[in-house]
Design a protein around this ligand. Structure first.
Ligand code: PGA
Ligand code: ZN
Length: 421
C-alpha cells in the first residue's frame, strides 16, 4: 500500500529579490516530506499563468502572497489529503478543476505550482528515488549544457544595456563539472577585465555583471575576450547565447534601443543586427530576439537565421502547449524556453516539452530572475533529457544551488552520465 497525503501546507517566504513567494510542503502519512519554493519573473510574458499577489499596499507594496497561501491551505489541501501523491497528473488536473480558469487566476499559478512540485518531491522520496530518476525514469542520465548569464541588462539591472541577458555556453566541455569550471573561470576572467577597465563589477538579478558599457555589442566583445583570458577557445569550448527579452523594449511596432542610444528598429532591422553579430561572434542561441506578439517577425527570424543558431521562444510561447503548437505550425522558433511557473503545473510542463520533442525542437529548462534556494529545475532538466538549462550566473546562491545539485547528480550517475544535447 502506498502512503497517502496527510498534510499540505504553504508559507509566505522571500525570493532572491526580497519579494514574497510561497514555500509548500506535502507530508505523507508515513512522515515523508516534500517541499518546494516558487520562483518569480520580472520580464514576464503577458500570456503567462497568473501569479496571484495580494495587492494590499500595506504589506510588501502589494506583493504579498497570503491569498495564494490561503488558497493552498484552505482550498487545495482539503482536496488532496488522503490521495496518493504518485498520481501527479490526476492531482494536477484536480487543481486545475478547482481553479476553474484558463490562466489559473483564481487560486494562483504560484499556489498551484508550489503544490505540484512538492507533490513530485514527496512522491520521489516515498519511492526511494532521486527526483530526476522519479520524474525521468531509469533512462534519465543526460546532464544539461548551461546557459550562464554573465552580463545583465534590461529589466534585470540598471546598466546601459537594452538587452537583458548575455550568456556563456560551455558546450565544448566533456562533462557538466568541466562545463561549470569553464563557466566559472570565464566569469572570473570577465570580472578581471571589467575591473581593469574601471567598469563596475556589481551584479544584477541573475548574478551577471551590470556595467555601463558603450552599447549592447560591447558585451559580446568583452565576453569573447574573457573566454580567451580564461585560456578557453571562443566558439569551441565556450560560445555565447543571448536573451534580449525584446518585449521589454518593443512599443508601437518598433524596437527601441534607447539605453544604448542605438535608436529604434523594425523587426527586419533587428534581424539584420543579429545576423551581423552572428557573423562576428560565436553566438549559438537567441531567445526572444523579437517581441512576444511579433509572430511575423519571429517567422522571418527563424526562416533567416534558424539554420545557423537556435531560435528560442520564451515570452512568445510561455511554456504553454497552445502557443508552442502555434509556434511549431508557423515555424516561429526552433526551440522553447521552459519555465514551470509560466504554465503552473509539473504535468502541463511535461506536456509542453513533449510537444517540443515531437517537433524536433530544442528546449531549455529555465529559472526565473526571482529565485529561491530550491533546486527543482536541476533535477527536472536531467529528467526531461533535453540537454540544456538556463540558471544564471556563477555567483549568488539561488543560482549556484542549481549548479551544485547538477554536480551531485553527475557524481551519483558516475560513468553512466551523459553531457549535452
Ligand atoms: P524573468 O526573465 O524571469 O524576469 O521573466 C527571464 C527570461 O526572460 O528568460
Ligand atoms: Zn527570456
Amino acid at each position: 500500500m502506498s502512503s497517502a497525503i496527510a498534510k499540505v501546507h504553504a508559507l509566505e517566504i522571500l525570493d532572491s529579490r526580497g519579494s514574497p513567494t510561497l514555500r509548500v510542503s506535502v507530508q505523507l502519512d508515513n512522515g515523508v516530506l516534500g517541499t518546494a519554493s516558487v520562483p518569480s519573473g520580472a520580464s514576464t510574458g503577458e500570456n503567462e499563468a497568473v501569479e496571484l499577489r495580494d495587492g494590499d499596499k500595506a504589506r510588501y507594496g502589494g506583493k504579498g502572497v497570503l491569498r495564494a497561501v490561503a488558497n493552498v491551505n484552505e482550498v487545495i489541501a482539503p482536496k488532496l489529503v488522503g490521495r496518493n501523491p504518485a498520481q501527479q497528473a490526476q492531482l494536477d488536473a484536480l487543481m486545475l478543476e478547482l481553479d476553474g480558469t484558463a490562466n489559473k487566476s483564481r487560486l494562483g499559478a504560484n499556489a498551484i505550482l508550489g503544490v505540484s512540485q512538492a507533490l513530485a518531491r514527496a512522491a520521489a522520496t516515498e519511492s526511494g528515488l532521486p527526483l530526476y530518476a522519479y520524474l525521468g525514469g531509469p533512462g534519465a542520465r543526460r546532464l544539461p549544457v548551461p546557459q550562464m548569464n554573465v552580463i545583465n541588462g534590461g529589466k534585470h539591472a540598471d546598466s546601459s544595456l537594452d538587452f537583458q541577458e548575455f550568456m556563456i555556453v560551455p558546450h565544448g566541455a566533456a562533462s557538466f563539472s568541466e562545463a561549470l569550471r569553464y563557466g566559472a573561470e570565464t566569469f572570473q576572467a570577465l570580472k578581471g577585465l571589467l575591473h581593469q577597465r574601471g567598469l563596475s563589477t556589481a551584479v544584477g538579478d541573475e548574478g551577471g555583471f551590470a556595467p555601463q558599457l558603450s552599447g549592447n555589442e560591447q558585451a559580446c566583445e568583452l565576453i569573447v575576450e574573457a573566454i580567451e583570458r580564461a585560456k578557453l577557445r571562443p566558439g569551441k569550448d565556450v560560445s555565447i547565447a543571448l536573451d534580449p527579452a525584446s518585449t521589454s523594449f518593443f512599443e508601437g511596432g518598433k524596437y527601441h534601443l534607447t539605453r544604448s542610444g542605438q535608436g529604434e528598429k523594425s523587426a527586419e532591422q533587428m534581424i539584420a543586427l543579429y545576423r551581423s553579430w552572428i557573423d562576428r561572434y560565436p553566438i549559438v542561441s537567441l531567445e526572444d530576439g523579437l517581441a512576444e506578439n511579433d509572430w511575423a517577425g519571429f517567422r522571418a527570424l527563424t526562416a533567416q537565421l534558424g539554420d545557423r543558431i537556435q531560435i528560442v521562444g520564451d515570452d512568445i510561447l510561455v511554456t504553454n502547449p497552445i502557443y508552442i503548437r502555434r509556434g511549431i505550425a508557423e515555424k516561429a522558433c526552433n526551440a522553447a524556453l521552459i519555465k514551470l511557473n509560466q504554465i503552473g503545473t509539473v504535468s502541463e510542463t511535461v506536456d509542453a516539452i513533449a510537444l517540443c520533442q515531437r517537433a524536433g525542437w530544442g528546449f531549455v529548462v529555465s529559472h526565473r530572475s526571482g529565485e529561491t534556494e530550491d533546486s527543482f529545475i536541476a533535477d527536472f532538466a536531467v529528467a526531461m533529457g533535453g540537454g540544456q538549462i538556463k540558471t544564471g550566473s556563477l555567483c549568488r546562491s539561488e543560482r549556484i544551488v542549481k549548479y551544485n545539485r547538477l554536480l551531485e547528480i553527475e557524481d551519483e550517475l558516475g560513468p553512466a552520465a551523459l553531457f549535452g544535447n
